[in-house]
Design a protein. Structure first.
Length: 427
């Protein structure tokens, strides 16, 4: 089906991050034209969407999520990470069922879609139930098969991973990764086994790295080296690796990460709320590391807003380094879109508005007061924008959300079921 998104302010988010007034043509699931209306080729559009001067942008790529943890929003606040995990989250998670994870995933995906996120990168339990929700909502994603050394044996977890990859064999929007929880929760023997599985499936590794000072220094005390150095010594970084947080990585860690092409998934809001610190994003970028941004789970954020994350990431780098030139608006938007696509290994198909790429597109309404005067809509999107500005979310040419309405889910049912699951889990 041919769709023309017309009369908009286009932000391509590609290498040059060009901006222009114009339109985007979509043929089935592919972008076939991006540019000025006057230069557009003849196009028999089945549907034309006039966005009235609104912003047309690639969708956000949220590179580190625990989507079902929307069930834990507002639970166990104001705690340090290990206290939060060991005394609140992990005990509650022991009571989770697949049905809970399904409804938590549906709730999280609804929030993502309404906020302009077209692709997520998840790590959690009951992966098949998250996959079921992704298939029903239509969002694009990567689902990590979580590996952690308690609850189940490594062989049981890797068997579950094999099953997940089998379920995804013909899936056009969702694929999988192997997701060891962290350096400190997975043994050397388990890493050896999971690496063989990742090589077999030709997939990426998704892992938490140096999220807190205690985690980072604890690894040095136990092993004499940092978490990044330990992962490197185990051969983990020889595979495409997606590293979440990286708040406490050292300069020597960054050299390893740049050499091994490790992608970073920075979660500024979650890191602030848990008191983990501020990642040195500007230093990482200067070191040649690809940095994306992410929300983490709603249990520690407490929302899934990529609009907030890209703004906060930019502001923190400016403020903590006393340099307003760091992370300009264009760079912040690229971090939230094309960089995210690169970190998950999909920048050849998503992350920017370019001919030949998948039509993962969002539209923001700019008629409200926070976009006035309209001198610089790119800056306004980053520094003034809000999730409520998103009026259209399209994935693979399919409109999933438009003007407050979801096309694939009943939001009232989702919220009711998720609320019931949360009350059962948390009392």
């Amino acid at each position: 089906m041919n769709t023309c998104i017309s009369n908009g302010f286009i932000i391509t988010a590609d290498k040059t991050c060009s901006t222009m007034n114009g339109c985007v043509h979509v043929t089935d699931d592919i972008i076939t034209y991006v540019g000025a209306e006057k230069d557009s080729p003849a196009f028999a559009a089945y549907k034309t969407i006039d966005v009235n001067g609104g912003i047309i942008s690639p969708g956000f790529v949220n590179t580190h999520t625990h989507i079902p943890m929307n069930l834990f929003r507002g639970f166990a606040n104001d705690l340090a990470l290990m206290d939060w995990l060991e005394n609140a989250i992990w005990p509650a998670e022991e009571r989770l069922t697949g049905d809970d994870v399904y409804w938590g995933s549906m709730l999280g995906m609804a929030e993502l879609i309404a906020g302009g996120v077209t692709c997520f990168n998840d790590m959690y339990n009951f992966m098949s139930d998250t996959l079921r929700a992704a298939n029903e909502t239509g969002i694009r994603g990567v689902i990590g098969a979580t590996i952690i050394d308690f609850g189940k044996s490594i062989d049981e977890r890797l068997a579950e991973a094999d099953d997940l990859f089998a379920q995804l064999a013909d899936n056009e929007r969702v694929n999988a990764a192997i997701a060891p929880h962290s350096e400190y929760t997975v043994s050397d023997d388990s890493y050896a086994k999971l690496l063989k599985s990742a090589e077999k499936h030709n997939c990426r590794i998704h892992v938490h790295v140096s999220e807190t000072k205690g985690e980072h220094e604890g690894c040095i005390e136990r092993n004499g080296i940092t978490p990044i150095a330990r992962l490197n010594s185990l051969g983990v970084l020889d595979l495409p690796t997606m590293a979440a947080h990286c708040v406490w990585v050292s300069d020597s860690d960054m050299e390893i990460m740049a050499d091994k092409n490790v992608g970073v998934m920075s979660c500024p809001q979650s890191n602030l709320k848990i008191g983990s610190g501020i990642a040195r994003v500007s230093k990482m970028i200067d070191s040649g590391i690809t940095v994306s941004c992410a929300t983490d789970g709603a249990g520690s954020n407490n929302n899934l807003s990529m609009m907030e994350e890209m703004t906060l990431l930019a502001m923190l780098q400016k403020g903590s380094n006393y340099d307003p030139k760091l992370i300009p608006a264009k760079t912040a938007l690229q971090i939230a879109t094309i960089n995210g696509a690169k970190v998950i290994g999909q920048d050849d198909i998503i992350g920017s508005l370019e001919v030949g790429k998948q039509a993962d597109i969002i539209v923001l309404d700019t008629t409200g007061p926070r976009y006035c005067p309209s001198a610089n809509l790119l800056n306004h999107m980053v520094y003034s924008g809000n999730d409520s500005d998103v009026v259209l979310t399209m994935v693979a040419g399919e409109v999933l959300y438009e003007n407050g309405e979801f096309n694939r889910l009943d939001i009232n049912e989702v919220m009711s079921k998720a609320d019931s699951s949360a009350k059962k889990l948390l009392g």
